[in-house]
Design a protein around this ligand. Sequence first.
Ligand code: AQP
Length: 324
Amino acid sequence: MNTVFSGIQPSGLVHLGNLLGAINNWAKLSNEDSKNYFCIVDLHSLTAMPNKSDLKSSIKDTLKVLLASGINLENSVIYVQSTLKEHAYLSWILSNFCQVGELQRMTQFKEKASSFGTHSGLLTYPILMAADILIHKANEVPVGDDQTQHLELTRNIAERFNNNYGEIFPIPEKTSGKYGTRLMSLRHPENKMSKSSDDINGTIYFNDSKDVIIKKFKSSVTDSSNSISYDVKSKPGISNLIEIYSSIKNLEIKKTEEKFNDYQYGEFKVEVAETVISYLEPINDKFNNLGDKEVDEIIRNNLELARKSAQLTISEVENALGIN
Ligand code: AQP
């Protein structure tokens, strides 16, 4: 049976990119024959020095979005990273299997270091991500395309540990959905849709109202050719809208192009907006109906399951290393 791990940072409101690129896929996987760990990786979000109350409410909201997203809790464990200290402990151990140069070459490090200033958390972040994945011995990691490099590093770290101390870790594989693995900003389609983007009109948040969603799509940046065809290089805006539609409807890109062949851009934008509204509606309904008591109980039970799994791995690792 596969073991799946994936995480999301509570670095702001969950957006359509997170949902279509990651969480949707998690919900699908949770209905297959696998053991799944989905984690709110709050320790990672500390790299951006968040404000305390923003972080607290983001952790809670992100957790509730996961619970409302259709993830099957029969075989999935949802928990918050900082409540399981073994993540940080394993991260220290694994840091001895990773070169500084490898960390300095990470694209996200180069990008983020320029906006937040260069503290060492930004550099060592991928080691913590490796620990997140390896602590449950996951062999499958469903993430968006932006995480490919980090996963490659995790594989290298796991291999080095195994070569030195015995076959403890599986070598994890990345999986992703067919479409929506890298949704772009509606306003700047050359940049990825992001929680922390400066232009909030380029991002569809899970709880945007219908009017706001329609408005954001209507003002999305396209091009002057008025042909609904997929070409990321020359038509990034329209290609992004096609991708959103295809991802939600589970429809081949070609089929989406055919369906909207004779549409004007304005009509197409509204149709995509309405598709997004229908997709988000049940998630919001469930989110709004989740009571605090219910959430607290799920968290408590899930944390126990996550702790059991993590402690098993840690004792194997300690035995292999000859510590503790
Ligand atoms: N635009 C995107 N398209 C598809 N997938 C995406 N993911 C993020 N943005 C997109 C995927 O969502 C999962 C959780 O992401 P994260 O919380 O770890 O944060 P991130 O990748 O750094 O993306 P954000 O949401 O834009 O946050 P900030 O602004 O804080 O950097 C991951 O699987 C990711 O691939």
